[in-house]
Design a protein around this ligand. Structure first.
Ligand code: GLP
Length: 275
């Protein structure tokens, strides 16, 4: 753990910003405002770093609002943005068939790629059907490294404290790899699998905390009553492998976005900021 701690300064305020909004819709608008700024900036950068994207129910209203916002751009700006688009998703289930609509690849094309008419090659995810999933994990992280790592990283929070599929226990120096999913994660994600946790794939490829902490800027988004306990725990816990998201306190630029429902136990004060 020492080596990881020496790479980061745990003395940064965690999170750098906390934005608590009372209505989900305002929270989404504020997040999309930030994302839009970052995406506009890409138009003027020579080699912008890839976006780090997440899946899950938390992200659905965000992608919906982002698509609507980007459609309001001029045709030429939008065309330039999509031409230069490069994103890396956090994770993908292992073993789902091509086109399975429960895969994260399908999720991304449903919520972002399709509506924006993005070329599928530009929306990268690990290949969960690869013959050699360990090799695929190495290739995926190497590809990301070749782009210089992630610029802006979006993160949801698992109800057991995972980010991506970095299940407890996870240390901050772990890289992209094949992981076994915990029972609680399979329960959390069973809604797409006839409500049966045993039908949720037992393995996945995930970027590790090493790649996540390497992002320039992280936005952790926590919404809904179901996240109230884990959010409270996260804000009161020291860094620990048993709460993988706690390692985010080693990063100097993490913003935490919380709605009123998720805040019902942590009782964070509203600290507004536009950027
Ligand atoms: C999932 C994904 C994460 C996601 C998290 C929260 O299992 N692997 O990337 O952010 O859990 O999911 P949700 O937004 O549906 O609560």
């Amino acid at each position: 753990m020492k080596s990881a701690e020496s790479k980061f300064s745990p003395s940064w305020k965690f999170p750098r910003l906390t934005i608590v909004r009372s209505e989900g819709v305002n929270l989404v608008t504020s997040i999309v405002d930030i994302l839009e700024k970052r995406l506009r900036r890409r138009l003027f950068e020579l080699c912008p770093k890839p976006l780090g994207l997440a899946t899950g129910r938390t992200m659905e209203p965000i992608y919906e609002a982002l698509v609507a916002r980007l459609r309001s751009w001029s045709a030429s700006d939008l065309e330039r943005l999509l031409y230069g688009w490069c994103s890396f998703n956090l994770d993908e289930y292992a073993g789902l068939k091509d086109g399975d609509d429960r895969s994260f690849r399908s999720y991304m094309s449903r919520h972002l790629g399709g509506p924006l008419q993005l070329n599928a090659d530009k929306l990268r995810l690990p290949d969960g059907q690869a013959k050699d999933l360990h090799k695929e994990s190495c290739c995926y992280t190497n590809q990301l490294k070749s782009y210089g790592g992630v610029g802006v990283q979006l993160l949801g929070l698992g109800s057991n404290g995972h980010v991506g599929f970095n299940e407890p226990p996870s240390s901050p120096d772990l890289s992209c790899r094949l992981v076994s999913l915990s029972h609680s994660t399979r329960v959390q994600n069973a809604f797409l699998f006839n409500g049966d946790p045993l039908q949720v794939p037992s393995q996945a490829i995930t970027l590790g905390l090493n790649e996540i902490l390497g992002a320039e800027e992280i936005h952790l988004i926590v919404t809904g009553h179901g996240k109230a306990d884990i959010l409270k725990e996260l804000l009161h816990s020291p860094c620990s492998p048993h709460l993988p998201a706690s390692w985010l306190r080693l990063h100097k630029n993490v913003s935490l976005w919380v709605d009123q429902a998720a805040n019902s136990k942590a009782l964070l004060k509203v600290e507004d900021s536009s950027d």
